[in-house]
Design a protein around this ligand. Structure first.
Ligand SMILES: NC(=O)c1ccc[n+]([C@@H]2O[C@H](COP(=O)([O-])OP(=O)(O)OC[C@H]3O[C@@H](n4cnc5c(N)ncnc54)[C@H](OP(=O)(O)O)[C@@H]3O)[C@@H](O)[C@H]2O)c1
Length: 296
């Protein structure tokens, strides 16, 4: 009944193509049409929530979402940088530690009465170290930020999206979710969690008007990536994406691609090879590559 270009009339809740021959609109709550093959304020607005927005890919996503006409709610634990970005974008900011036990319920209180049409689960912790040498507290924090928050925050905000019959959820994951990533075990495992969560929801929510995308960037030039101390010699052979290019590709893909988008031609080419290998060989390739990247 609807097509990609059908105009949506918020007053009647109809699209021109959802009317019957007599002009009547039979459904009072139609699924919002896809007026654009990308993030769109009518389908994914009015407010987008971005976690981990103070820097890197999250900040680039926030800027791009603002340019695309969405209002913003930005969350991060770097209070000063967050409020500077919030001021420059006219955004609401919530400075908080997402690893705190009550983070999702506290955030839900801060969001009360707001129409969040898009959630971008971007915040993540990546620690490069052998598992046996990683403090359990760091693993708890990684589990909370990378897995618990995306799961419970989606649970908290999804019912209202379903009631409105429109919305969007973006899960940032990683190529590290697809194959084992030695010395990044907790990161790789929790990125795998968001990959499975997003792909599951993509299937579960089809036809509801809520779009889901799992986005897997490759190595991207952010402070978070630089903080893992990759070998500069290796970076000469590793094409780093910019956060801005990653953000545009993610937001262009929501609603038109899915469930999972590997970002960047180089990553898609690498995965085209890795994905065809037996898992044992792919894991060995990843181990050798990461050992070189982190000089182990
Ligand atoms: N950069 C890459 O190469 C790459 C590759 C593949 C996938 N990704 C994915 O892309 C996303 C963004 O990556 P990025 O490199 O832009 O990250 P980033 O530079 O590390 O930025 C992440 C932001 O999230 C914040 N954050 C972390 N833990 C938090 C917590 N407990 N509470 C509140 N805020 C918290 C960070 O604050 P702090 O600085 O204080 O921690 C930081 O501001 C992640 O989901 C990552 O898995 C990145």
């Amino acid at each position: 009944m609807t097509n990609l270009a059908s105009p949506f009339d918020p007053a009647t809740g109809c699209t021109s193509t959802s009317r019957y021959a007599d002009g009547a609109c039979r459904s009072t709550a139609p699924v919002a049409p896809r007026v654009a093959m990308a993030v769109d304020p009518q389908r994914h607005g009015p407010k987008a929530l971005v976690t981990g927005a103070a820097q890197g890919i999250g900040a680039a996503l926030a800027r791009s979402l603002r340019r695309r006409g969405l209002d913003l709610i930005l969350v991060d634990r770097q209070a000063d940088r967050l409020s500077a970005l919030g001021r420059s974008l006219g955004a609401q900011t919530v400075a908080m530690d997402l690893s705190a036990r009550d983070a999702v319920s506290d955030l839900s209180v801060a969001l009360e009465g707001q129409e969040v049409g898009l959630i971008v689960h971007n915040a993540a912790i990546s620690t490069v170290a052998p598992l046996a040498e990683t403090e359990p507290a760091v693993l708890e924090e990684t589990l909370a930020v990378n897995a618990r928050v995306p799961l419970l925050l989606t649970r908290a905000l999804l019912p209202k999206m379903l009631a409105r019959r429109r919305g969007g959820i973006v899960f940032l994951s990683s190529l590290a979710a697809l194959h084992g990533a030695p010395e990044l075990a907790a990161y790789s495992a929790t990125r795998g969690f968001t990959l499975s969560l997003g792909e599951s929801l993509w299937g579960e929510l089809r036809g509801t008007g809520v779009d889901v995308l799992v986005a897997c960037p490759g190595a991207t030039d952010t402070e978070g990536f630089r903080a893992t101390e990759p070998d500069p010699r290796m970076l000469r052979f590793t094409p780093l994406a910019t956060p801005e290019v990653v953000a545009e590709e993610v937001l262009d893909a929501l609603g038109s691609d899915g469930p999972t988008r590997l970002l960047g031609g180089a990553n898609r080419a690498a995965e085209a090879v890795l994905g065809r290998l037996p898992r044992r060989l792919a894991a060995r390739f990843m181990a050798a590559n990461l050992r070189r990247l982190y000089r182990r």
